[in-house]
Write a protein that binds this ligand. Structure first.
Ligand code: DQA
Length: 149
């Protein structure tokens, strides 16, 4: 099983940006925690971070060509206004889970809306690094369900 993890703008600044919201752990720690969990679950994982919308779209399309089983995406602020990312996610048929480190529903009003979540199978928000780990479990579960049916 292969999962592609996509992190959007400013997530490379974890540990530097708004530590009261996102904590003091850096981006590399997030990547290690994802890889550690993937190894335990025997999942092949590719983790990317891009600050630009177009590059995230290219990676979504690449995941399709590469026949990835799932995408975990934290679109960062693009969550709240990128119809282009919505359309890219809607174009591909693998399992897609949107994740957020913070609880976007408990923050400023502009963060309460996700225009990308409706193109995904589910959304997990507010659990820090655990959001990504639970998303891996969700994709694994959905894929094993497919194998059973
Ligand atoms: C975020 C929440 C977004 O509102 C914000 O713009 C981010 C990070 C999160 O993981 O909590 O960049 O996606």
């Amino acid at each position: 099983m292969r999962i592609v993890v996509l992190n959007g703008p400013n997530l490379n600044f974890l540990g530097i940006r708004e530590v009261g919201v996102y904590g003091t752990s850096g981006y590399e720690e997030l990547v290690s925690s994802i890889k550690k969990k993937a190894e335990k679950m025997d999942i092949q994982v590719d983790v990317y971070q891009r600050n630009s919308e177009g590059e995230l779209i290219d990676l979504i399309q690449q995941a399709h060509y590469d026949k990835a089983d799932g995408i975990i995406i934290n679109p960062g602020a693009y969550t709240h206004y990128s119809y282009a990312l919505h359309d890219a996610l809607a174009s591909v048929s693998m399992t897609k889970i949107e994740v957020h480190l913070s609880n976007i529903h408990k923050r400023e009003a502009f963060r309460h809306v996700s225009v990308t979540a409706s193109a995904c199978d589910g959304q997990i928000a507010g659990l820090g690094f655990l959001s990504y780990q639970l998303a891996m479990e969700a994709i694994m579960d959905k894929c094993s369900g497919q194998a059973d049916s």
